[in-house]
Design a protein around this ligand. Structure first.
Ligand code: KIV
Ligand code: ZN
Length: 548
């Protein structure tokens, strides 16, 4: 365990030690700065671009991954797990670009304990300033017997060989490190787990990650597992213990916190807690638990720039097309909303009567500048920068044109409108199809008919169709032009701002040859937004086909 702060009172146990919230907040603010010299750092390893990207329908294209990686660097995560390079050429390219273009964090690539995986992982990250190969194999009986079909001895040897090979590849790079994960550690026999951890450290792994792959253990149990590893693996002091928890029982954050208290110094986590099945440890929750309860977790700190938490949560949510539940801790829309009269009264009198975190500390901010049709490009760029977007001079022209159209209709353009424009406009996929115009004839006594004009490589093509409603008619008309039959799996519309002139944002999921593709479109006209979402999905599919 790290050094304890002996001069501070123990704030947990006795009634005498009970502090008012205000005193506690003050204590936390002061000790946060002072204690960095005596407390230990918990490394934040973000796996949004790998574990969360495995969420069905959340697949990102290269530019989207790069944007998220740059934002993770701004958030000051210590390690970005950028992908699984052997899994596809697209992933290999994305990890390579991130390694070359993102400065600050270590860039990590995942690999099974297979030579070609490790070669691909190293090939993608070798030019990063601080590359990390993360190699893993299932060590639990069920994984050995049903997945790798290997004996304990063979599994152990595969792990040692993989770490040795990863070490040899990266030996010439001064900043390179190797991490090893015994997958499904929570269900692995203890003595065997010790053996695997010891042998992989001896082979050169300097980070041993203990994955709670299926979210099986409960906090006290998982904490004990980490303490047992610390006590029973003779060379454990030559490595950092990391944890990687899944949320199948809703315990990922609790398990990670317990692990920290028992010796883990790296936590693998994702933005918004996204990830396989029920997701992973939520970065925002683990970071804010340590920071907010500095009185309790006085031995630990992270380097996260918490003001970027809400901006990156929004970015990941919109890019992956997965909305954040309103009551989600820290980043949900209701996380700082007070509805009962008693709570509102309390917060007005003193904020911390019902708020344990200052919303501004995690980047919640109301728009200070409301843009109007009279706002110029500079004001627009300034606001976009404040929202976390960096735009090139070419992009700003396109966005400004779009902004003016919305501003003319709405008179006031809020942050949510700008975010909808950005989601819609700054799509990095080449637009093989582009909606130029749309016209709808609809009513209660006639079949709705929609006519669309779509720019294609052959010029603008017009098509019309009737349908069950104007949106269905629009989709059928677009199908006639694009000739890519799609299966619409989900259609979602939400107003991003209030009022009857609100921007409507449509998110759809379509299926194409086993791929789930997300399409987004935004407009003050919901039929136009729907058509744009459909065309956006089609463009993604065309792109995917080119890549394959
Ligand atoms: O959940 C898991 O075990 C993983 C490993 C690859 C670390 O994601
Ligand atoms: Zn995982």
């Amino acid at each position: 365990m790290g050094l304890t702060v002996t001069e501070e009172p123990d704030l947990r146990d006795t009634e005498d030690n009970l502090m008012s919230l205000a005193q506690r907040a003050e204590f936390n603010a002061v000790t946060e700065k002072e204690n960095h010299t005596v407390s230990e750092k918990v490394y934040i390893f973000d796996t949004t671009l790998r574990d969360a990207e495995q969420t069905p329908g959340a697949a990102l294209n290269l530019e989207e991954k790069l944007e998220i990686a740059k934002h993770l660097a701004k958030l000051k995560v210590d390690i970005i797990e950028a992908g699984f390079p052997v899994s596809s050429p697209g992933d290999f390219d994305a990890v390579t670009r991130i390694s070359n273009e993102v400065e600050g964090p270590e860039i990590c690539a995942l690999s099974r304990v297979v030579e070609k995986d490790i070669t691909a992982a190293w090939g993608a990250i070798k030019d990063a300033q601080k590359p990390r190969i993360h190699t893993f194999v299932g060590t639990s009986p069920i994984h050995r017997e049903r997945i790798t079909r290997t004996s304990p001895e063979e599994t152990l040897q595969m792990a040692i060989n993989a770490v040795t090979y990863a070490k040899s590849l990266s030996a010439g790079h001064p900043g390179a490190v190797v991490e090893f994960s015994p997958m499904d550690a929570g269900r692995t026999e203890l003595s065997y787990l010790y053996e695997v951890v010891e042998a992989t450290i001896a082979a050169g792994a300097t980070i041993v990650n203990i994955p709670e792959t299926v979210g099986w253990t409960v906090p006290a149990e998982f904490g004990k597992l980490i303490a047992d590893i610390k006590a029973n693996v003779p060379n454990i002091d030559q490595a950092i213990i990391s944890v990687h928890c899944h949320n199948d029982l809703g315990l990922a954050v609790a398990n990670s916190l317990e692990a920290i208290e028992n010796g883990a110094r790296q936590v693998e986590c994702t933005i918004n807690g996204l990830g396989e099945r029920a997701g992973n440890t939520a970065l925002e929750e683990i970071v804010m638990a340590i920071r907010t309860r500095r009185d309790y977790f006085s031995d630990y700190y992270t380097d996260i720039n918490t003001k970027e938490i809400v901006p990156i949560s929004r970015r990941v949510s919109r890019t992956m097309g997965i909305s954040v539940q309103p009551n989600k801790a820290i980043v949900g829309a209701n996380a700082f909303a007070h509805s009962s009269g008693i709570h509102q009264d309390g917060v007005i009198k003193q904020r911390n009567t019902f708020e344990i975190i200052d919303p501004a500390d995690v980047g919640w901010q109301e728009s200070q500048i409301i843009l109007s049709p009279r706002s110029g490009r500079n004001a627009l760029r300034h606001r976009l920068n404040a929202l976390g977007y960096e735009v090139t001079p070419e992009q700003i022209e396109k966005i400004y044109e779009r902004f003016l159209k919305i501003a003319d209709k709405k008179k006031e353009v809020h942050d949510a409108d700008l975010e909808a424009i950005m989601r819609d406009e700054v799509r990095s996929i080449p637009e093989v199809f582009q909606l130029k115009y749309i016209q709808v004839v609809s009513g209660t006594r006639i079949s709705p008919t929609t006519t669309v004009g779509v720019r294609t490589e052959a010029g603008i093509i017009e098509a019309a169709s009737t349908g069950d409603g104007p949106v269905d008619a629009a989709y059928k008309a677009i199908d006639r032009i694009a000739k890519i039959p799609l299966l619409l799996a989900d259609y979602n519309i939400r107003a991003v701002t209030e009022g009857k002139d609100a921007i409507g944002e449509v998110t759809i999921r379509v299926q194409d040859n086993g791929h789930v593709i997300i399409g987004h479109g935004a407009s003050t006209d919901i039929i136009e937004a729907s058509a744009k979402a459909y065309i956006n999905a089609i463009n993604k599919i065309v792109n995917l086909r080119y890549e394959e």
